[in-house]
Design a protein around this ligand. Sequence first.
Ligand code: VGL
Ligand code: ZN
Length: 201
Amino acid sequence: MKTLLIIDVQNDFMPSGSLPVPYGNEIVPVINAIQDKFDLIVATQDWHPRNHVSFANNHEGKSNFDEIEIYGKTQTLWPDHCIQGTEGAAFHRDLNTEKMEAIFRKGTDTTIDSYSAFYDNGHLKSTGLTGYLKEKGTTQLFLCGLASDICVYFSIIDAFKEGFTCFFIEDASKALDTKEFENLKKSMITMGIKMVTSASI
Ligand code: VGL
Ligand code: ZN
């Protein structure tokens, strides 16, 4: 059973947003065009409270893209983005949302970030997404969205470890840092994650 998991296709990650992913808008028509090929469509939204720990603005003397330690792990400090209920946290207006059966929101805990759709960055709490997808009968899981080197990457790694056969739809995703993504891609392929394009689904 084929499921499409659409990660964080939200206004703040678009070229005009507060944490822009270059060419992020270009994936919207690609994602809309492939939706018919799936039995189930699920999406995520990055959904932070205003006082979230990942915002540089909430740390005195820190600037955007500085790094700090949280629970012993490196945390990049981001510009304010995807604040709960704001226009920046909304899906891109052209993204087809009609067929989404569920929307999982992540990054809601003030004290920890959550790049993956499955667990927070400390792997302390599950979002329940594995249970949902398995109960729905998902075997093959296709991921796309923003950003390829952050939230899509961390989500697909967790999905693979949870036992799904995983496909990364390359042209339905864009990276914040394309060089970093090329390195991550090699490690994903080595693990057994399959890289595909929208035309081959
Ligand atoms: C993301 C940085 C911070 C993402 C979310 O969706 O890739 N990146 N929060
Ligand atoms: Zn975030």
